[in-house]
Design a protein around this ligand. Structure first.
Ligand SMILES: *Cc1c(COP(=O)(O)O)cnc(C)c1O
Length: 369
């Protein structure tokens, strides 16, 4: 059987009784949409972060989209983010009618380069969207200072950073609003799609509750457009409640897998993940770098190991974003990294034996490429 970068099946076998009980609980509850499980999850996810509000939505892309709209971002605005991210970050910005503006990332940790943000601000900039990519936070202090000076909002894209800490603060608690995805592979994953926005602000929360519910303030009465139907599903919410109690254990499991890779691969010529100052890393992906990346991935296939690249194409180079007008070479670090990075199998239930297989195969292959 081929081994992939992500798998939920081993975890499901361990947690099966609890997951199926969650499904049964919702089916027996008498309320299949926006019932006690969504409410409960929202309260518990907010409490986990020590923040006032959480609003459950249908996926991470819409968490960013509704989060931006709730903060007042819309047509004509410019929103600064990075091109080294999952395309949905940028899709969400585009979908509210705003223009995505990209800055490059740092060569050491692949995260937003704060030195470039201020130069990208224009009279139309209204919001900054930092992406806590791969499982660790961007440098928030300079970003917050820039936002304060220019009167800009910040929305954190936390889709890869559940439970990550930055100088002690949890990801998602350092801005006006933060968007989460619970796509199954994520550090906190549902058994299907799910998302949430957390915010310390009462008005932003109000806006989010209306936006996800057709723009209605009360049943059948629309008070704002555009409205959406973007509710977190009740079954997914109940599963997420159960899994939230194990989030810190999932993170510890990922950190143990990462520590093993880091020790076993230190002398191989691979560039291993670098931890930025003040960060804990939750290793949504364990990203390594090598100039012969494509040959390595090819050579690992006969070993039954299928690796992933997050991400092979910088967003600004995709034809779907050609209207933004970025030339090749405009974000040199992002473009260089896209040709060299790849991700190793990473999930908390990855067994040491399976991981040893990956390490041995990689060592074989790296000796020959
Ligand atoms: C997964 C992801 C998203 C999108 O989340 P979905 O739930 O798949 O819509 C957005 N941003 C980043 C950085 C992601 O990793």
């Amino acid at each position: 059987m081929t081994m992939h970068v992500w798998s939920y099946l081993e975890e499901y076998r361990e947690e099966r009784a609890d997951i199926l009980d969650a499904v049964e609980t919702v089916f027996e509850s008498g309320q299949l949409v926006l019932g006690q499980s969504v409410r409960g999850f929202e309260e518990e996810f907010a409490a986990y972060h020590g923040i006032r509000h959480c609003v459950g939505v249908d996926n991470g892309t819409n968490a960013i989209k509704l989060g931006l709209q709730a903060l007042g971002v819309g047509p004509g605005d410019e929103v600064i983010t990075v091109s080294n991210t999952a395309a949905p970050t940028v899709i969400a910005i585009d979908s509210v009618g705003a223009t995505p503006v990209f800055v490059d990332v740092r060569r050491e940790d692949y995260l937003m380069d704060m030195e470039q943000v201020e130069d990208a601000i224009t009279g139309r900039t209204t919001c900054l969207v930092p992406v806590h990519l791969y499982g660790q936070c961007v440098d928030m202090a300079p970003l917050r200072e820039i936002a304060r000076r220019h009167g800009l909002k910040i929305l954190e894209d936390c889709a890869q950073a559940h439970g990550a800490r930055h100088h002690g603060a949890l990801a998602g608690t350092m801005s006006d609003a933060a968007a989460y995805s619970f796509y199954p592979t994520k550090v906190l994953g549902a058994y299907g799609d799910g998302g949430a926005v957390i915010t310390p602000d009462d008005e932003t929360e109000e806006n989010l509750r209306r936006l996800r519910y057709y723009g209605m303030e009360k049943v059948y009465y629309v008070t704002r457009t555009p409205g959406h139907n973007s509710r977190l599903d009740e079954v997914q919410a109940e599963i997420l409640r159960r899994k939230l109690t194990r989030l810190d254990a999932y993170v510890a499991g990922r950190q143990a897998v990462a520590a093993r890779y880091t020790e076993a691969l230190a002398d191989t010529g691979l560039v291993l993940p670098a931890l930025a100052e003040g960060n804990t890393h939750v290793y949504y992906v364990y990203v390594v770098r090598h100039p012969r990346r494509d040959a390595i991935i090819e050579a690992l296939k006969p070993y039954g190991i299928s690796l992933n690249i997050s991400y092979p194409w910088p967003v600004h180079t995709m034809t779907g974003f050609s209207h933004l007008g970025y030339e090749k070479g405009s974000l040199p670090v992002t473009e260089e990294l896209a040709g060299e990075i790849f991700s190793l199998p990473m999930y908390p239930s990855l067994s040491p034996e399976a991981q040893d297989k990956v390490i041995a195969a990689l060592r074989d292959v790296l000796a020959t490429v």
